[in-house]
Design a protein around this ligand. Structure first.
Ligand code: BGC
Length: 517
């Protein structure tokens, strides 16, 4: 049940003739709305769950605990229901990924995005109108289904519609829009928290803007040529290709897509194929990158920043403002990645960020360990500023490393015939671990207290060592040449590359693994 994505770049590494046409611009806007929607969902729940009006309506016990001041500072938000509000979205999303993998292949990318948009809109209605906890959770589950469908279809749509020379940039653009969505959510929350008693409803309802944009976009754009050709609509595929490339000279690219489609269709069991020994390096790396990305602890900050700052004794307003600051740092630092990723490379960014994240987390843990006890949250102005600055240096380094690269590296290392199955596994594992962090963080904070930051910093150490020894540099390596130039050259992974299992397609220099499953 693969999504069936394949690259539009020439397998010989040459460029096809392609202009940046309005259709390509529209597809960028689509990517923006898919990413915005995901980011908005990530960012909105933390602010909402720190609003008293919201707690009074759905989690009165948490509000009582918060107001009574009897509870340990670290534990006042520890409530499974409250965490389920945040995490149910990711659980639904990871389940939806597998259906999305099927629909992207059978119904196409465009229809899958439309399905995502409809899920988003219905989910927003449930959330904005919620009268009880059940409606709230159902709404989050529907939004999660939207995320599952959108995160599978939008990146494939983009990579297939974009001219090769801007494909890498577009990939990080998606993450950039995730961060803009998070910032937008934080800004909305800081405004709506002043509107009583229904500000939270406005926060949840405004997700309707990116949801509506995605749906409208999906109605108006055309499906990708790859998807049309994959479903046997060759003439239509060729016409679309001419339109999006702005030229009649599309024969070479058209032939390559037809060939790629033929090879992809030869693979009867993409997921089983993924498990073969020769695909082990990419699979292991894709899965570990998702686990590591989430164990940096980033979503502890993204979901719960206002709650966390509140725990540290910041007043509600100050908490939301601090969350806006971290949100802005997240956006700006992602731009650093767009600029650096093809210049300094993936490994340098990841290793530098490892040091920066480790140090920031240790400083936060030490300050909290000394200043915030169970009963006293008197952090003091100077220390509070230091904590916010450390959170910012931590978020900045995540945003130019694990944030975008966690998505970019898997998408560029899988060979053609396992790329779409690989994308499903990547999204699924990512959402699974996002769910685990969302569900566990407030309880972990309650039990581990300041040491939670030591916990995450230890993980940062582990992942940095992994990068140092096991993650090869993929900067400037054409996708189709990864096997030869990266995996076969790597001191450890080369043992998984069985040399006789590759054959040459089209007489060109790309190696395609023969799909003997
Ligand atoms: C991660 C999300 C995270 C976001 C923060 C993404 O790459 O997958 O889980 O919330 O970055 O910017």
């Amino acid at each position: 049940m693969a999504g069936g994505g394949f690259s539009v770049s020439s397998s010989a590494g040459t460029e096809f003739e392609a202009k940046i046409t309005p259709i390509v611009i529209i597809s960028c806007i689509m990517a923006a709305t898919g990413g915005l929607m995901f980011g908005y969902d990530v960012g909105i729940s933390g602010g909402v769950t720190s609003m008293d009006d919201f707690l009074r309506e759905f989690f009165p016990a948490v509000l009582r605990r918060k107001q009574q001041d009897k509870e340990s500072n670290y534990c006042k938000y520890d409530d499974q229901g409250l965490q389920l509000f945040t995490s149910s979205l990711y659980l639904a999303g990871l389940t939806a990924t597998f259906f999305a993998s099927y629909t992207t292949r059978r119904l196409g990318r465009r229809l899958t995005m439309l399905i995502a948009g409809v899920f988003f809109i219905v989910g927003v209605i449930f959330n904005g109108a919620a009268q009880n906890l059940a409606m709230l959770i159902v709404g989050r589950i529907l939004l999660g289904c939207g995320v599952g469908f959108a995160n599978q279809a939008v990146p494939l749509f983009l990579s297939e519609i974009a001219p090769t020379r801007i494909r890498g940039g577009l990939n990080i653009l998606f993450q950039l829009n995730v961060t803009i969505g998070i910032l937008f959510a934080n800004l909305v929350n800081s405004g709506t928290s002043k509107i009583h008693p229904w500000g939270w409803r406005l926060s949840l309802s405004l997700a309707g803007i990116p949801a509506g944009m995605l749906t409208l976009g999906a109605l108006f754009v055309t499906d990708t040529p790859n998807s049309l050709i994959e479903r046997g609509r060759l003439d239509e595929g060729k016409a679309v290709l001419k339109r999006i490339r702005g030229t009649d000279n599309v024969e070479p690219e058209f032939n390559e897509i037809v060939e790629a489609s033929r090879i992809a269709q030869e693979v009867k069991h993409p997921f089983r194929n993924l498990l073969q020994r020769r695909n082990r390096p990419q699979l292991v790396i894709a899965v570990l990158l998702q686990i590591f990305q989430q164990f940096t602890g980033i979503n502890a900050i993204m979901f719960y920043a206002p709650v966390l700052f509140n725990t540290l004794g910041f007043k509600s307003d100050a908490s939301l403002y601090s969350a806006v600051i971290t949100g802005a740092v997240n956006v700006v630092s992602t731009l650093v990645s767009v600029y650096c990723v093809d210049r300094v490379g993936r490994r340098v960014l990841l290793l530098e960020a490892g040091v920066q994240m480790f140090l920031s987390q240790v400083v936060i843990a030490v300050v909290l360990g000394i200043k915030v006890t169970d009963r006293s949250d008197n952090l003091g102005h100077g220390w509070a500023v230091l904590v916010v600055v450390m959170v910012c240096t931590y978020v900045a380094s995540f945003a130019w490393s694990w944030g975008p690269l966690g998505w970019l590296i898997p998408s560029e290392t899988f060979p053609l015939e396992t790329r779409s199955a690989g994308q499903s596994v990547t999204v699924c594992v990512n959402l699974l671990f996002t769910f685990l962090i969302a569900q566990a963080f407030l309880s972990m904070l309650c039990h581990l207290k300041y040491a939670i930051f030591i916990f995450f910093s230890a993980w940062v150490l582990v992942m940095s060592v992994f990068v140092l020894f096991f993650l090869p540099e993929t900067k400037n390596v054409p996708i189709e040449e990864m096997t030869e130039k990266v995996w076969k050259q790597h001191w450890f992974w080369k043992r998984y590359m069985d040399h006789d299992n590759h054959h040459v397609v089209n007489g060109k220099n790309n190696t395609i693994n023969n799909a003997a499953v």
